[in-house]
Each structure stands twice: as C-alpha cells, then as structure tokens.
Ligand binder design. Sequence first.
Ligand SMILES: [Zn+2]
Length: 96
Amino acid sequence: MTSRRNDLLRQPPTLQCTFVDERGRRCPERRRLELDHVEGFARTGKHAVDALRVLCRMHNQGAAEKMYGRTFMEAKRKGQLVPVRVPPSRSSPEPA
Ligand SMILES: [Zn+2]
C-alpha cells in the first residue's frame, strides 16, 4: 500500500513542491519537501496514498493552517495541545 509513497520519495530529480499560486506559478522549492495529507491526517486518522501531495515545508505549514485554522496551528507549535488520543477504558476508574 505504500509503494506510491515510496515512489514519491525515490524520485528526487522530479520532486518539487506542488503548490501553485494564484498566478499559476509553481513553487520552485525542491528541498525541505514534505508529504502533505490532502484530507488532513488529523481529520481522517489514516494515510491514504492517493491523498498525498508533495509540498515544501513553508507551503505544508500554510495548507495546515488553512485546514485547521491559524489559532490551532500556533497552539500546536507552542505545544499547548495535547494529543487527541483517549486511552481505552480509562474514562471510568475502578474503585480500589
Ligand atoms: Zn512550496
């Protein structure tokens, strides 16, 4: 299932940020590239290979800010957010 993802990572000559601005100019960044989850990993909770795109760090941050909101991302960067994982069967502590 990860073959396409591996393909993306294995082709450095063609790897380039896929961000296109409002004038149709593609971002020339070829370094500091990251795989972005189009649907948002925090939303779907799964890695869908068809929903991956290559973005440079700057545009990946920008896309995440658009999706989750600037306040959320700033809080996340400052470490003010705790992971949204709830441990199983811990919500009702049993009396000792
Ligand atoms: Zn870019």
